[in-house]
Design a protein around this ligand. Sequence first.
Ligand code: UD1
Length: 417
Amino acid sequence: MQKFVIQGGRRLEGDIVVQGAKNSALPILAATLLCEGESILENCPALSDVYAACRILSSTGCQCRMQEHTVHVTADAPACPAIPVSLMQEMRSSIMFLGAMLGRLGSCTLGYPGGCELGPRPIDLHLKALRRMGVNIREENGILTCTAPQGLRGARIHLQFPSVGATENILLAAVLARGDTILTNAAREPEILDLARYLSCCGAKIDGAGSSTIRVQGVKKLRGCTYRIMPDRIVTATWLAAAAVTGGELRLLHTDAASLESILAVLEEMNCRCSRTAESICIAAGGHMRAVRYLKTMPYPGFPTDAQAILMAVLCTANGTSVLEETIFENRFRHVDALVRMGADIQVAGRIAVVHGVRHLHGAQVSATDLRGGAAMLTAGLGAEGETILTDISHIDRGYDSPEQILRTVGAEIERI
Ligand code: UD1
């Protein structure tokens, strides 16, 4: 098992080119299944979740190969409408293939998806919407058999909660359905807009993606295209946090500043200077960090749940007391124990965490609890005094492409062992 060994307290300085977004690459990889001919996806991050999505595509009969950061998918004759249980378990986003397979093949057999353990992660909203689109769903021993005997049909769908995954699955199912789909209370995350842009490039008719009402007019066929995956806003947030926690100065390139406003506002409140152009962000964290009075995770454009753990790692050594409320997932404070072992003063009650700033954290042996919890440990280790040994880093590899190499180029002392 691999681990990171970090000598903390090194000030980070320099430029980082931000990788492509995992949460955009995964649904777009699923979407390639809907398109005849070849799709070429540029700026795809090299991550274990991306490799798992490629294995799912191959298992259905598509040709899929990754070269550097470009994935080529030819989906001329996908034939197998089933996803092996082992591949479903590898990641949460495997569920995206349900909408895509139903759209292209009219049926899909699959197990429940795996992914981070952030509390229960039901897929009831996905299934309810698909039923409205004419899908019969049968469940036996944890295996779902989904069929659309008369083909998928467009429908009016209202989501009780703006679930990112359900919105994406409905889009994937709707683009080749018969008639129009109108989705209300849709999630507005930028990755949904990215998926819609890819599908539109392939010939889909979608209006309103990125807003809470999306209209899709079903078309008969889609044709693959060349598309560049958007930059990863949570990886951007992680490097911003790494600058903040080390009192450093970083310029992040090839990012999308507009999608990071809620995070930049918090960093500015904490006393970081942030300047942005459309595609770059400069952060300078000269003075002492200040606590934030109250930070609540919300669907986009609110503060993202995926950045909560990472910002908490910075708030541990800020002046004063910060209160964080997690509203999206039930079990998203699993990183707190490890931060406390590094000297943080944090109390958790239900969905609220109260962080009393301490002067500094100290290195310790800690393990990554999940993807973003692992990124929080990494951030804390960069700022801590002494050596941090971070184990279970396979969680981090699900979302970060070569993080230790990137961090070394800006002055961090970190080894993968
Ligand atoms: C996506 C992101 C994940 C992020 C999350 C919230 C990807 C690959 N993952 O996950 O990084 O943390 O959005 O921004 O894009 N829910 C239900 N029933 C459903 C679906 C969801 O109750 O059918 C609940 C979930 O349990 C959770 C909340 O809705 O409490 C949000 O989930 P959702 O927006 O669907 O997140 P994911 O798409 O799984």
